[in-house]
Design a protein around this ligand. Structure first.
Ligand code: HEM
Ligand SMILES: *[C@@H]1O[C@H](CO)[C@@H](O)[C@H](O)[C@H]1NC(C)=O
Ligand SMILES: *[C@@H]1O[C@H](CO)[C@@H](O)[C@H](O)[C@H]1NC(C)=O
Ligand SMILES: *[C@@H]1O[C@H](CO)[C@@H](O)[C@H](O)[C@H]1NC(C)=O
Length: 327
């Protein structure tokens, strides 16, 4: 009797892995300092290039942080967001990714790394290290980045379109979307704090400004003064304007994002939705009350977890020579 039971158990575990492994955070094969022997200056080189970029284009901090997030949520953190498609059918071509910028910065980092240690540092790892460096550059706390990711070779716009969580998401969709990647409710509220830096296109939230309930009105969950200001900045169907997501401190990594949410000044429905779960709401309240006592450190912890989602390690995948195309 024991045998078939164990067999069944094994089968079950195997089946679970079959379905879970590609999405969930586990990160086997990643470690801090993966390039210590093969490219000891890798992180210093990235830091130097990012420092140069930030001094002339600080506005790239937002998109560069977001790029790692969007990479990890589609096919895992394996650099698929960076691939080009001659027919415009790669992830970066999908509507939700149209606002991403900074691909040239990644190329610049890659060029510097290829010069120092050809064929060693993956593009997926570059995204993870760059994300940490822009957090630090904007005033966040540093954290150790795990490395050892390898690059994938598939990038499909349809996957980005269907699997990136939209800004209209409610709390249920947000929690499910994070859970699918092995990220919990705390990770959700902590990582949403990434919206403390950066800008958004009007199109990502204009549904909240004009005719939200069909009576020509804004979203009742939006503070009226803030709504009026956003309407002034974003005319209907505006496709060019970008607004600060965290007005007044969009280039500073701070707790303002959390402070704005209970004031009905969260920009997206997905930001406001963090008030609809007791755990996420309690976290926001605590950070406001304590001036972000744990947020800065929590952010690094959750970023490391996010960086483990669906990674390719060991002999899987490849180390791309050029981040926008497979070898
Ligand atoms: C929880 C679900 C999330 C949703 C629904 C969401 C949605 C969005 C949207 C709609 C934008 C504006 C994009 C545009 O203009 O095209 C944006 C911007 C941004 N997001 Fe998120 N986001 C989420 C989570 C995250 C996470 C986990 C991070 C990073 C840790 C992040 C970092 C950013 C940053 C830095 C920007 C500013 C980009 C820029 O300056 O161009 N977001 N997000
Ligand atoms: C949340 O959004 C999903 C997807 O749009 C929807 O199916 C669900 O009913 C919503 N849940 C709540 C509680 O509003
Ligand atoms: C607002 O939405 C309603 C219902 O969808 C529609 O009948 C109406 O024409 C819209 N008004 C404007 C100003 O777009
Ligand atoms: C893509 O990657 C898979 C898995 O690593 C590999 O089997 C396949 O040969 C690769 N295809 C190309 C075109 O590089």
């Amino acid at each position: 009797m024991a045998c078939p039971k164990i067999f069944l158990y094994c089968l079950l575990v195997q089946l679970m892995f079959l379905f879970l492994v590609p999405e969930v955070a586990h990160g086997q094969g990643l470690k801090v300092g993966f390039y210590q022997k093969t490219c000891p200056n890798a992180e210093a080189i990235v830091k130097k290039v990012i420092g140069e970029v930030m001094s002339v284009a600080p506005g790239l901090s937002g998109p560069l942080l977001r790029m790692h997030f969007h990479d990890c949520f589609i096919r895992g953190c394996e650099g698929s967001i960076l691939l080009n498609s001659p027919t415009h059918q790669a992830e970066k071509d999908a509507a939700p990714n149209q606002g991403l910028r900074g691909f040239q910065t990644i190329d610049r980092v890659k060029t510097a790394l290829e010069k120092a240690c050809p064929g060693i540092v993956s593009c997926a790892d570059i995204l993870a290290i760059v994300a940490r460096d822009v957090v630090v550059a904007t005033g966040g706390l540093s954290y150790n980045v795990e490395t050892g990711r390898r690059d994938g070779n598939i990038s499909r716009s349809s996957e980005a379109l269907n699997n990136l969580i939209p800004p209209t998401a409610n709390i249920t969709t947000l929690k499910t979307g994070f859970a699918r990647r092995g990220l919990n409710v705390k990770d959700l509220v902590v990582l949403s704090g990434g919206h403390t830096i950066g800008f958004s296109r009007c199109s990502a939230f204009s549904n909240r400004l004009y005719n939200f309930t069909g009576k020509g009105d804004p979203d009742p969950k939006l503070d009226s003064t803030y709504a009026a200001r956003l309407k002034f900045q974003c005319k209907p169907n505006d496709v060019t304007t970008h607004v600060e997501m965290d007005p007044g401190s969009a280039r500073t990594f701070d707790v303002k994002y959390f402070e704005l949410i209970p004031k009905r000044r969260g920009l997206f429905t997905s930001d406001v939705a963090l008030l609809d779960d007791s755990q996420t709401k309690a976290y926001i309240d605590l950070q406001i009350k304590t001036g972000g006592s744990t947020f800065f450190k929590d952010f690094g912890v959750s970023m490391v977890k996010m960086g483990q989602v669906g990674v390719l390690t060991g002999a899987a995948g490849e180390v791309r020579k050029v981040c926008s195309k497979v070898n």
